[in-house]
Structures are given as structure tokens and as C-alpha cells.
Design a protein around this ligand. Structure first.
Ligand code: HEC
Ligand code: HEC
Ligand code: HEC
Ligand code: HEC
Length: 169
């Protein structure tokens, strides 16, 4: 088997043995931080990262609020609106050899967040003065420009704080 075929095979095996790729477990935002430090920092400053803190204590247990403010709390024990709420559970796509292969990553659960996905929470019932404007809202959650800029200036510069797991490649 070629090495790429082997990587694809082993990732798929992982996904299948763990159930369906779509039912991957979440690994939590801290697990993305080491390889995506700019994205993490930008997200930490966003309202999504604090979506549970916004709620009063009684509301933190209210399923009617959690469905948008902490949609992954019941099944994945993760508060707020995290990386994986939008990008899909990272269990199978976050290993470095999978992440470097865009096709494979998507095959095992990486999601490209769509406007439709935003609108599952940013709908008419959310307390916004203005209707949801996808383009404007994207600008407000930008956590990719800094990462792209780093990659462009220093072709394969590693993130400033690599995760221990990525040290050996
Ligand atoms: C071991 C390091 C590592 C970890 C952990 C990791 N990533 Fe990645 N990720 C990468 C690499 C390498 C790429 C390839 C593109 C690049 O150079 O940024 C990538 C690409 C991506 C992309 C862009 C994919 C594309 O093809 O457009 C997204 C989105 C992403 N990662 C999200 C996440 C999320 C969410 C997590 C946590 C659940 C995560 N990553 C964990 C290393 C990692
Ligand atoms: C799982 C539900 C959910 C999804 C999906 C979601 N959001 Fe949000 N978003 C929220 C919640 C809840 C808040 C408010 C957090 C708070 O302040 O407590 C918020 C806040 C925001 C804000 C800040 C609004 C402000 O007043 O500053 C922006 C911008 C935003 N979201 C953009 C987006 C975009 C763009 C997408 C899609 C790519 C998206 N959101 C997907 C739940 C979601
Ligand atoms: C359909 C999804 C949805 C549900 C359900 C929901 N929210 Fe929200 N909530 C949002 C979104 C989206 C925002 C951000 C709106 C914006 O600024 O554009 C928000 C914002 C808020 C804010 C304002 C936060 C700020 O930074 O100003 C509070 C407070 C809040 N919600 C409380 C609640 C409570 C309490 C419940 C349950 C009774 C609840 N929400 C249920 C989606 C939802
Ligand atoms: C509210 C949904 C949402 C959340 C939360 C979110 N992202 Fe994203 N992310 C997006 C969207 C939408 C894009 C695509 C933006 C574009 O290409 O215009 C994106 C793009 C990216 C990219 C692609 C960069 C590239 O060069 O293509 C990476 C990496 C990434 N996100 C990582 C993360 C990490 C890590 C977290 C958590 C710390 C996170 N995201 C949280 C919606 C989200």
C-alpha cells in the first residue's frame, strides 16, 4: 500500500471502529489550540466562547437556552459554542496526518461551516436588533486571517506554541 493509501485506510478504520464518522467524539477547544493558536485566541475573545457565561445560573440548566448557548453540553460535556460546534467533532480529523489531507479530514468529520448552520441559532427567535447578515457576521468572528497571514509570510512556520503531540512528525 502507498503511504497515502495507508493513511486513508487507517483513518477510515479508526472512524468505522468508533462508530460512524459523523458521531465522532469532541476533543474540546484546547485540543485545537496547539496547532491553531491564532484561531484559538480569536475565538476566545468572541461571544461564542462566553455563550454559557452569559446565562444566569438557573438558565445554565435550561435546555431551551442550552440548545443555542451550549448545544454540546448534554452529549459532549462542552459549554458554549466551540470549534467543534461549527467544524464537527475532532476525534478522527485532528491527528496531524489527517489534518494535512483536506479530503481525508472531511471524509472523517471535518465540516465547512455554512450560512445555513449559523442560522440554526441566529434565527428570528434570537435577541438581535438587526437581522442576521452572514457576511458581516463572518467578519465579526474572523479567526482565520491571522493564521493565513502567518502561513503566507513564513511558508511552513510552525505555530508559536506547538502542542506536545505535534513535536514529532
Ligand atoms: C496536530 C495539529 C492539529 C490539530 C490538533 C488540529 N489541527 Fe486543524 N489543521 C492542522 C493542519 C496541519 C491543517 C492543514 C492546513 C494548514 O496548514 O493549516 C489543519 C487544517 C484545519 C482546517 C482547515 C481545513 C481546510 O482544508 O480548509 C480547519 C477548519 C481545522 N484545521 C480545524 C481544526 C479544529 C476545529 C481542531 C480541533 C478539534 C483542529 N483543527 C485540530 C493541524 C491541526
Ligand atoms: C450553536 C448555535 C450557534 C451557531 C451554530 C452560531 N452561533 Fe453565533 N452566536 C450564538 C450565540 C448563543 C451567541 C451569543 C453569545 C452570547 O453573547 O451569549 C452568538 C453570537 C454571535 C456573534 C456576536 C454577536 C454580537 O452581538 O456581537 C456573531 C458575530 C456570531 N455569533 C456569528 C456567527 C456566525 C458567522 C456563525 C456561522 C458561521 C454562527 N455565529 C454560528 C450561537 C451560535
Ligand atoms: C435559537 C437560538 C437561541 C436560543 C434558543 C436562545 N438564545 Fe440567547 N442568543 C442567541 C443568539 C444568536 C444571540 C446573539 C444575538 C446577536 O447579538 O446577534 C443570543 C444572545 C443572548 C443574550 C445576550 C448576550 C449579550 O452578549 O448581550 C442573552 C442574555 C441570551 N441570549 C439569553 C438567552 C436565554 C436566557 C435563553 C433561554 C431562555 C436563550 N438565550 C435562548 C441564540 C439563542
Ligand atoms: C461559529 C462557528 C465557528 C466556530 C465556533 C469556530 N469556527 Fe473556525 N471557521 C468558521 C468558518 C465559517 C470558517 C470559514 C471562513 C471562511 O473561509 O470564510 C472557519 C475557518 C477556520 C479555519 C480555516 C483557516 C483556513 O486557512 O482555511 C480554521 C483553521 C478554523 N476555522 C479553526 C477553528 C478553531 C481552532 C476554532 C476554535 C478555537 C474555531 N475554528 C471555531 C466557523 C467557526
Amino acid at each position: 500500500m502507498s503511504s497515502r493509501a495507508f493513511r486513508v485506510f487507517s483513518a477510515l478504520l479508526l472512524a468505522v471502529s468508533g462508530g460512524l464518522a459523523g458521531a465522532a467524539d469532541f476533543t474540546g477547544p484546547d485540543s485545537c489550540k496547539g496547532c491553531h493558536p491564532e484561531a484559538y485566541d480569536a475565538w476566545m475573545k468572541s461571544k461564542h466562547a462566553r455563550a454559557t457565561e452569559t446565562l444566569a445560573d438557573s438558565q445554565k440548566k435550561d435546555a431551551r437556552c442550552l440548545s443555542c448557548h451550549a448545544p454540546d453540553q448534554a452529549e459532549q460535556q462542552l459549554a458554549a459554542v466551540t470549534c467543534e460546534t461549527c467544524h464537527g467533532g475532532g476525534q478522527y480529523y485532528s491527528p496531524s496526518y489527517v489534518m494535512k489531507d483536506p479530503e481525508l479530514a472531511r471524509l472523517v468529520g471535518l465540516v465547512d461551516p455554512s450560512e445555513k448552520q449559523c442560522r440554526t441559532c441566529h434565527d428570528a427567535s434570537s435577541p438581535s436588533l438587526r437581522p442576521f447578515d452572514f457576511k458581516e457576521a463572518l467578519k465579526a468572528i474572523d479567526h482565520w486571517s491571522a493564521e493565513r497571514a502567518r502561513k503566507q509570510t513564513r511558508a511552513d512556520a510552525p505555530p508559536s506554541t506547538p502542542a506536545p503531540a505535534t513535536a514529532k512528525k
